[in-house]
Design a protein around this ligand. Sequence first.
Ligand code: IPM
Ligand code: MG
Length: 369
Amino acid sequence: MAESHQILILPGDGIGREVVPAAVAVMEAAAKRVGLSLSFVEGLLGGCAIDATGQPLPEETLRLAKASRAVLLGAVGGPAWDSLPTSSRPERGLLGLRAGLGLFANLRPALLFPALADASSLKPELVAGLDLLIVRELTGGIYFGEPRGIEVVNNERRGFNTDVYSEHEIDRIARVAFELARKRQRRLCSVDKANVLEVTQLWREVVTSVGKEYPDVELSHLYVDNAGMQLVRAPKQFDVMVTGNLFGDILSDVAAMLTGSLGMLPSASLAASGQGLYEPVHGSAPDIAGQDKANPLATILSVSMLFRYSLDAPEAADLIERAVDQVLAEGYRTADIVGSGDPAAVREVGTRAMADQVLRLVETLETRS
Ligand code: IPM
Ligand code: MG
């Protein structure tokens, strides 16, 4: 009997509770197809964890995460917890998990599926064939820098945060990005604000020096304001982009919109150990939660990344990606993407029916050797 990999399932809040079970069914089917043995444990994170334990990241969840090969997460947050102080909000749970597992490398692909080319807010010719990967540093920078807080100075409040990166943090994220670029179009664009911020001057220096070890990858640098502009002007010029935590947060949402559908985008967050956390880029969407309306494809594609990056099972990843591609080509659409494609061929479905279509293909498509 082959070893079994433990996967921690964290549905979280809102539509996470619908899209995660749908994606787990696909994960089980794909694992079976390629002869991988998986075991599942479930935990609490975010608002549901606050309700049950008072903590957004219960100790038990972190313990389970550390003992698992990979974590599949839905989404966290919702209006019920919006008035809590920053330090105890659902989002804290996610940040705590990133820090606790050392998930420093966040991979956010923005891939335009041919069947959805008209869903973008940009002209189809600007985005047709778009395949861009944002590599965001996830455990450093201004998100975690100290000192931080709100203090009273001269009778008024003053808020402050610290943007800080050490050389080793820049070095290791740069290496991840160069390695990924090597497997793609061999072009890497590093994004900073080196004309103003010292921390990103260091960023540029370190990325440049790591780049000397990757002469086969073409390295360029852009200031973040220009990068934002280029992303909406001519996004296909990019292959891989690497940047810090805050800029990566912003640019990855911009890139997501280029594809026209947040409901389609997966992400992976990787630790040096190969452990990973996989989650859709979209949030908990409380407005449609519990109505079988959410698009499960971002979570299903996150499962594909899980197979690729944490289980070293590219055949399973391919199977899922081809299944999604085909389901879209067959015209199946959840409400968020119903406006794209040939109207005569479009078949609107809910969360479960969409996942069932993917499942059907994952169970029957030929595997490629
Ligand atoms: C993201 C989100 C998170 C972030 C929030 C929910 C803390 O926007 O994953 O991009 O800012 O990192
Ligand atoms: Mg974000």
